[in-house]
Design a protein around this ligand. Structure first.
Ligand code: GH3
Ligand code: MG
Ligand code: MG
Ligand code: MG
Ligand code: MG
Length: 292
């Protein structure tokens, strides 16, 4: 677990960071709040903080407020480690966003277990957040999450006039797979399908389960011709990697509708509608096809 330690006194900073390293934390140090913010620009994944109160430039209390308002939905756990000990100080710290409060001089045993509580809470929150945004079967984004991603990307495209493409993927005759082999095989086929699609995407593309056996892909900064290439790559990949399960082996195909951002669109919903219409065309053209 990564932890940022902010402490302006060099001796205390060294003592704390060496102690934490012995407990297997990956420690990053700062000597004031501004340095913490600078560290976060590079280590945005840090969720655990051990902050001194009194520091020059930006103190622990002001930093708490900034961290709690600026980190969006990502969880962060802040322990205030300070020479202050009055009840009013504890109240002010917790009220400013700190999650815990320890007075100096601290007992290493107590610091150790309080850090462990922080890790436990971070892990629980991360897992709940993951579950809130992902589909339990395929571990792709769920309907709400992929629509959120699309709506944010769409707004960005309006702002920057940047390109954006959407693919709507609908597995062909999926009902037959269930009917012929059972739902368990159908479930496995869905997971297999998602694995193949992910292989064809870039790290900053998003895949989500739009519903049932329909999936949406958002391709930021992508023009129509590139989106068509990606869609064809996905189509070919699915067709050429049969589902193999418990002695069964069968080919699955997918129909893909492609749409792109245009300045006439009033909402991201039009982008989805266009992609939907294109899937419908792909189905009527005989399936296993990509239509723009
Ligand atoms: P088309 O080529 O026109 O898309 O035909 P289709 O059979 O794929 O489409 P249809 O909408 O008729 O059927 C979709 C099927 O997908 C029906 C539904 O039971 C199945 N399905 C949806 N979600 C799941 C799931 O989570 N697991 C399994 N096994 N099947 C699912
Ligand atoms: Mg200090
Ligand atoms: Mg369907
Ligand atoms: Mg289908
Ligand atoms: Mg249907």
């Amino acid at each position: 677990m990564k932890v940022i330690v902010a402490e302006d006194d060099p001796v205390t900073q060294l003592l704390i960071s060496e102690t934490l390293k012995r407990w297997d934390y990956h420690v990053l140090v700062a000597k004031n709040g501004l340095e913490v913010l600078a560290l976060l620009a590079e280590h945005g994944d840090v969720q655990l903080f051990l902050l001194d109160w009194q520091m020059p430039e930006l103190d622990g209390i002001e930093l708490c407020k900034k961290l709690k308002t600026s980190r969006g939905t990502s969880c962060c756990y802040i322990i205030m480690l300070t020479s202050k000990k009055a009840t009013e100080n504890i109240v002010q710290a917790l009220d400013s966003g700190a999650d815990d409060f320890i007075s100096k001089p601290f007992s290493p045993e107590e610091l150790k277990v309080r850090l462990k509580v922080g890790c436990r809470i971070i892990e629980t929150e991360n897992s709940l957040l993951h579950q809130a945004h992902h589909d339990g079967l395929t571990n792709t984004l769920n309907h709400r999450a992929i629509v959120d991603v699309l709506s944010q990307l769409w707004s960005r495209s309006v702002r920057d006039k940047s390109s954006l493409a959407v693919l709507m993927l609908d597995i062909d005759y999926f009902k037959r797979i269930n009917d012929s082999y059972g739902h368990q095989v159908g479930d496995y086929a869905l997971k297999h399908f998602c694995k193949l699609v992910k292989q064809e995407l870039r790290p900053y593309d998003s895949l989500g389960r739009y519903g049932g056996e329909e999936f949406a892909v958002c391709l930021p900064s992508t023009e129509a011709d590139e989106a068509m290439i990606v869609a064809q790559r996905i189509r070919t990949c699915v067709e050429s990697h049969p589902v193999e399960y418990d002695g069964l082996n069968f080919t699955m195909t997918v129909s893909i509708g492609v749409s792109v951002f245009s300045e006439n669109q009033q909402s991201y919903k039009e982008l989805l509608l266009d992609a939907d219409r294109a899937v419908y065309d792909a189905k009527s053209k005989g399936r296993n096809a990509v239509v723009f």
